[in-house]
Design a protein around this ligand. Structure first.
Ligand SMILES: Cc1cc2nc3c(=O)[nH]c(=O)nc-3n(C[C@H](O)[C@H](O)[C@H](O)COP(=O)(O)OP(=O)(O)OC[C@H]3O[C@@H](n4cnc5c(N)ncnc54)[C@H](O)[C@@H]3O)c2cc1C
Ligand code: FES
Length: 270
């Protein structure tokens, strides 16, 4: 069952002019969260914005004994709520409902995990990388951003022995271009007998390209989709996405409860 709390802001760490990490005191949500799940956050007190907004759980925060104390969210400022989240102050209280949605299915060795992140699509991969590390799964992060200054938390992933493959659109770090290009090359070089599972999160065009590239090489691909979500609980149908059903036909499913993690080869990409 999701938990609804009034979560105090513990810290707000700006990463750039648009990105920040907001730490929230929410021990019960932190304890229940699995990698890939999300929370619905109401950023303001009044009626504007009226609705909560969905955010992946970025980190599970722990005290010195390892007990969960809260969560953080990695937010990119694009509108009303994310602007309020960017400006939030320690001590502010935000309504926070979660954990919600279906998490990633986590592989075991000898399978390798290749995480594909575009921009703020990095958010679900910090907790996933920790879970993979705990299982001893060899993990690679393919991470694309517009420019070098928008590649965040690289040392966090390095500390978990995650191999980094970086791209930027302006060529200021890593390879110039889109992140699916090195994914395609590496999959082509990979023997079919070596199991790899792809995990992807980012803009929908990137998700479609990652899913299609994985399918081309016969690899399973779990994607975390980011449709607009009004409730996060299955009640409003704002988040539907066409998926192939057992009958081979496409049906609209509510990505907040069937997902956000879905199999990429079952989605009908536009
Ligand atoms: C499951 C899930 C997890 C998410 N995790 C994160 C996260 O970890 N960090 C993060 O920064 N964002 C995340 N998002 C996206 C985030 O919810 C939106 O950026 C946020 O709702 C925008 O709210 P706003 O009030 O600032 O913008 P609004 O004023 O509501 O919208 C500004 C503009 O952005 C568009 N927009 C709004 N929501 C989305 C969306 N989901 N996808 C594409 N365009 C959108 C609107 O149509 C509008 O044009 C996630 C979305 C989903 C569904
Ligand atoms: S967000 Fe309301 S049904 Fe999915």
């Amino acid at each position: 069952m999701p938990i609804d709390v009034s979560a105090a802001v513990i810290a707000n760490r700006p990463l750039s002019a648009d990105y920040n990490v907001l730490a929230l005191a929410a021990p019960a949500i932190a304890t229940a969260t699995a990698p890939g799940q999300f929370v619905m956050v109401k950023a303001g007190r009044g009626h504007d914005p009226l609705l909560r907004r969905p955010f992946s759980v970025f980190e599970v925060l722990r005290d010195a004994s390892g007990a969960p104390t809260g969560i953080s969210i990695l937010s990119k400022r694009i509108g009303a709520s994310t602007s309020l989240i960017y400006d939030a102050q320690p001590g502010d209280e935000l309504a926070c409902l979660g954990p919600l949605g279906r998490p990633f299915a986590i592989v075991e060795p000898p399978a390798e995990a290749w995480m594909i992140a575009g921009g703020v699509g990095l958010a679900p991969f910090a907790t996933l990388a920790e879970a993979l590390h705990a299982r001893g799964v060899r993990t690679t992060l393919f991470y694309g951003a517009r420019r070098a200054e928008e590649l965040f938390y690289l040392d966090f992933f390095r500390r978990l022995n995650v191999e980094l493959v970086l791209t930027t659109e302006d060529g200021s770090a890593g390879e110039r271009g889109r992140i699916v290009a090195p994914l395609d090359r590496r999959l082509a070089d990979r023997p079919a007998s070596a199991p790899v599972t792809i995990y992807a999160c980012g803009p929908e065009g990137m998700l479609a390209a990652a899913a299609q590239t994985a399918a081309k090489h016969g690899r399973p691909c779990q994607v975390s989709v980011e449709r607009i979500m009004g409730c996060g609980l299955g009640g409003c149908y704002s988040c539907v996405i066409p998926m192939r059903g057992d009958d081979g036909r496409f049906h609209h499913v509510r990505s907040c409860i069937a997902g956000p993690v879905l199999m990429g080869d079952e989605i009908k990409w536009d």
